[in-house]
Write a protein that binds this ligand. Structure first.
Ligand code: SF4
Length: 90
C-alpha cells in the first residue's frame, strides 16, 4: 500500500515544520526524536532509523536539523525524527 494511502487525508496547505501533534503526524506516529520511539508500539522500528536516512527525503536534502519529507509535502521534519513509514534509503 502506498504510504500516502495510510494518511486518509491530505494536509490543507500547511507549511513549515511538522508538529507531532497534527492529525497526519499522529496517524503516522511521527516523533522529532527517534530515540524516543516506543519499540513495543512500533515493532518495525530499529535503532539507527531516523529521517535523515529515510527514502522520503529527497537526495541531497538530508543535511541540517530540519529537512523536507515527501510524505509531508512542502514541510520539514526533524533530521533525527521518525515515523511508521520509514524506509531506509538504499
Ligand atoms: S517518511 Fe521518513 S523522513 Fe518522513 S517523517 Fe517518516 S521517517 Fe521521517
Amino acid at each position: 500500500m502506498p504510504a500516502t494511502a495510510l494518511l486518509g487525508r491530505t494536509a490543507a496547505a500547511a507549511t513549515g515544520r511538522v508538529d507531532p501533534n497534527e492529525p497526519q503526524a499522529k496517524s503516522l506516529g511521527y516523533v522529532v526524536d527517534a530515540t524516543k520511539v516506543d519499540p513495543k508500539a512500533n515493532p518495525n522500528f530499529k535503532p539507527g532509523q531516523h529521517c535523515a536516512v529515510c527514502l522520503q527525503v529527497p537526495a541531497g536534502k538530508e543535511k541540517g536539523d530540519w529537512i523536507p519529507c515527501n510524505i509531508f509535502a512542502g514541510r520539514e521534519v526533524a533530521a533525527n525524527g521518525w515515523c511508521k513509514v520509514f524506509v531506509k534509503r538504499p
